[in-house]
Design a binder for this molecule. Structure first.
Ligand SMILES: C[S@@+](CC[C@H](N)C(=O)[O-])C[C@H]1O[C@@H](n2cnc3c(N)ncnc32)[C@H](O)[C@@H]1O
Length: 210
């Protein structure tokens, strides 16, 4: 999407909440790779999915700053539980600083550690899962959570167009690009789900469990 069109969209959708604006500013000043956070447009889309589907149990793999977790919390019902997992413990203070300022904090359960270790210990059937961690391991995350998603639940995978690198030939051979390519090729053959890729931002795949 070109920058002017994105600006037009952002000017014609709901504004970011004050807490998300502050978090975004803080991330751009103080963190490496602030582009990793979902941002205004994708954040509103995540919020809208929660408004529409009213998931009670949500799992996010890859918290980073907590931006997307807060967006999910903004859209989810008051009694929803959002479990979000972040492997980088250096982010814990940053995440908590913004989370604790929010009146939505009680909905969000932050787990610091490797998703592979933590997911088996979360005893929930999820209505929605947002996969947004290490691109090398998307298939592993998907396999790990699949039986923990209820029938009719939604899995959302971010960055599935990987900045257009999925199209470039010869393909990039870095492990992240290969991880995304393998994930997309696996998913298209998985008849247990219906799926569509939204060409928003870096590609957002919606996966509905039959
Ligand atoms: C793209 S960022 C997440 C952005 C966030 N979901 C948002 O939209 O604002 C990916 C995050 O996943 C984390 N991560 C990578 N591997 C992980 C793992 N195995 N378990 C948990 N988190 C992981 C990284 O440290 C990074 O902070």
């Amino acid at each position: 999407m070109n920058n002017l069109l994105e600006k037009y969209i952002l000017d014609h959708i709901d504004e970011e909440s004050e807490i998300l604006k502050q978090l975004d500013r803080d991330a751009h000043v103080n963190l490496l790779r602030p582009r990793m956070l979902s941002g205004h447009l994708q954040g509103k889309i995540l919020k809208m999915f929660c408004r529409l589907l009213q998931p009670k149990f949500i799992l996010e793999i890859g918290t980073y700053t907590g931006y997307s977790a807060l967006c999910l919390a903004e859209g989810a019902a008051d009694d929803a539980e959002i479990h979000t997992i972040e492997i980088n413990d250096e982010l814990e203070d940053f995440i908590k600083k913004h989370l604790y300022k929010s009146k939505l904090k009680d909905k969000i359960h932050l787990h610091i550690g490797d998703a592979a270790q933590i997911i088996p210990d979360i005893n929930c059937m999820f209505d929605m899962v947002f996969i947004d961690a290490n691109k090398r391991h998307y298939i592993e995350y998907y396999n790990m959570i699949f039986d923990k998603v209820r029938q009719g639940g939604l899995i959302i995978a971010d960055n599935t167009l990987w900045d257009g690198k999925v199209l470039e030939t010869p393909h990039h051979t870095d492990k992240q690009t290969l991880g995304i390519l393998e994930f997309n090729d696996m998913l298209v053959k998985d008849n247990r789900v219906e799926k569509v890729i939204l060409p928003i931002r870096d590609g957002l795949t919606l996966i509905w469990k039959k």
